[in-house]
Design a binder for this molecule. Structure first.
Ligand SMILES: Cc1cc2nc3c(=O)[nH]c(=O)nc-3n(C[C@H](O)[C@H](O)[C@H](O)COP(=O)(O)OP(=O)(O)OC[C@H]3O[C@@H](n4cnc5c(N)ncnc54)[C@H](O)[C@@H]3O)c2cc1C
Length: 496
């Protein structure tokens, strides 16, 4: 346990004004981005804000963990973020990491494992929807009849159904079952380690609904979106970004930027309560070692099921809604091979797996092709994902079993029968929130319940986006609202 309290002082504001204590719980990317946004928020200048961040593990970053293994850079959690969502790259630039940003090489194919072969995903898919017709005509992923069924989208009327439904159900009606199972489903579900037939359309891919509303046909909408973006630029810009030294660089830069923030690591928050001390702060944060922190405001950036337990004494209604989001477990198995032992050309970024295939891995990244500097030239570095919603019991198996299963699946799909020269297994139990139909209504219920708890906010992957950019956006947004609230209180006190 460590309590880096040396820089602990109000981070802003004039001396003499009352101090506002904010406690952020959870030092993943959401909590870190929130702490940074809080201490740099313009409103924070009016309020003297004293910020503490409490993290259960002995390191910061949550799921962002970069390791060095046998001369290779291994991301044990996420390895990149979507370039189209600006919040992560903007934060990197703010932190002075602009020249460390790297993009995936454009034009490299992702493949789909289907019937013991790897098929390149047809180029031009937007949110899994074809925006170029010729590659769809040529793909071996669909039979002629299945291609005709896909084209039925061009004439199918809008769905008149109200309310939320699953991504798989919606896409299946428009494009046919085969397209869901082999094109859109594996890609979209891969993001959530989820099942397209279980995930909420409105909470995960609302743009598909907007496309249907505006253009009726998803294919026509995707073609129009491609035209607007400029077809000549097609494939020119990287889809995903990362940092040269891995995403751990972002965590390190955030930690260094949190000047004046009291960072308590290796310490769980066990309970939140109403403050009973003589101070004016309304909340108390009880740590595993028996200490309690007083807080005027709380930002809870832990997984939703932890947040539910913490908030239960203060907001039981919010806790019930928070518990309704299930989490899937997943494991990342990294395998290093001698390059000469792998006859596969490894041209592309890797593959996802079509639904119904007899494989236990759900995807494989060809790390040494996707990010060539992350492994020496003589090493082929591959990373397999195991475990997804409804299929995550395997994550509980021991390391040897996970490595054996991954190797078997690579033998079947890529013909690799060599023994890896090193392996690395990272387990992520209950890591991937599943936004089921009704997710947005549950979020509204949580927000309504929290309106009775002034100065309490929740943010993170369990709510409005699971990817790193969305987590940063949510952390920054929640911190901004708290800073406004504390600053506004200060301004009205000063005026009276
Ligand atoms: C294997 C894997 C691959 C992924 N790949 C990508 C990708 O390539 N791109 C992408 O954008 N996203 C990816 N994601 C998703 C993304 O990494 C996560 O959704 C995001 O990092 C979650 O951030 P967070 O801060 O909300 O939560 P977390 O990272 O879970 O942080 C929450 C923190 O709270 C702490 N905590 C929990 N309980 C307590 C307590 N009682 N007291 C104090 N602290 C507590 C935890 O230790 C943790 O550090 C991936 C996720 C996984 C698991």
């Amino acid at each position: 346990m460590s309590d880096q309290a040396t820089g602990h002082r109000p981070v802003n504001g004039q001396s003499g004004a009352p101090v506002h204590r904010v406690v952020i719980i959870g030092g993943g990317i959401t909590g870190l981005a929130a702490a940074h946004a809080l201490i740099t928020h313009p409103r924070a200048r009016q309020a003297r804000i004293e910020c503490a961040l409490v993290e259960r593990e002995s390191h910061l970053g949550g799921k962002l963990q970069t390791e060095r293994v046998n001369g290779c850079l291994v991301e044990t959690g996420p390895d990149s973020f979507l370039a189209a969502k600006p919040w992560a790259s903007e934060l990197c630039r703010t932190l002075g990491l602009g020249d460390r940003l790297i993009g995936t090489l454009p034009g490299r194919a992702v493949h789909v494992a289907f019937r013991d072969r790897l098929h390149p995903l047809p180029p031009g898919l937007a949110l899994g929807i074809p925006s170029r017709l010729l590659p769809m005509v040529r793909t071996g992923l669909l039979s002629p009849a299945e291609k005709l069924r896909l084209a039925w989208d061009l004439v199918l009327p809008r769905d008149r159904a109200d309310g939320d439904r699953t991504v798989g159900g919606f896409l299946g009606r428009r494009l046919g079952r085969a397209a869901v199972d082999r094109l859109a489903g594996p890609l979209l579900a891969g993001i959530y380690a989820g099942d397209a037939d279980a995930l909420s359309l409105r909470a995960t891919f609302p743009q598909l609904l907007e496309w249907e509303a505006s253009s009726r046909s998803l294919i026509l909408a995707a073609l129009a979106a491609r035209r607007r973006a400029g077809a000549s630029r097609d494939g020119a810009a990287p889809l995903f970004l990362s940092l040269i030294g891995g995403l751990g660089e972002l965590v390190d830069a955030l930690r260094a930027a949190l000047v004046g923030v009291r960072t308590i690591i290796g310490q769980s928050v066990m309970r939140l309560g109403r403050s009973s001390g003589s101070g004016t702060a309304p909340y108390s944060v009880h740590l595993a070692d028996g200490r309690a922190l007083e807080a005027d405001a709380l930002l809870v950036a832990t997984p939703a099921f932890v947040t539910a337990d913490l908030l239960a004494p203060l907001a039981p209604d919010a806790a019930d809604a928070l518990r309704a989001t299930p989490y899937a477990s997943t494991a990342a198995v990294t395998l290093g091979y001698r390059r000469g032992d792998v006859s596969h050309p490894l041209e592309g970024h890797g593959f996802v797996v079509a639904r119904g295939e007899p494989l236990q891995i759900s995807a494989c990244t060809w790390v040494s092709s996707k990010w060539p500097h992350r492994a020496p030239p003589e090493v082929a570095l591959l990373r397999c994902y195991l475990g997804s919603a409804g299929r995550d019991a395997i994550v509980g198996e021991d390391d040897d079993t996970l490595v054996r299963v991954a190797c078997q699946d690579l033998a079947r799909t890529m013909g690799i029968d060599a023994i890896p020269i090193f392996t690395h297994v990272a387990r992520w139990p209950r890591a991937m929130p599943q936004y089921l139909p009704g997710h947005l209504e549950r979020l509204a219920a949580i927000e309504a319940a929290l309106r009775h708890l002034p100065g309490v906010a929740v943010a993170g992957a369990g709510y409005r986006g699971i990817g790193i950019p969305d987590c940063i956006r949510q952390g920054q947004g929640a911190a901004g609202r708290l800073a406004d609230w504390l600053g506004a209180g200060e301004a009205s006190r000063a005026a009276s």
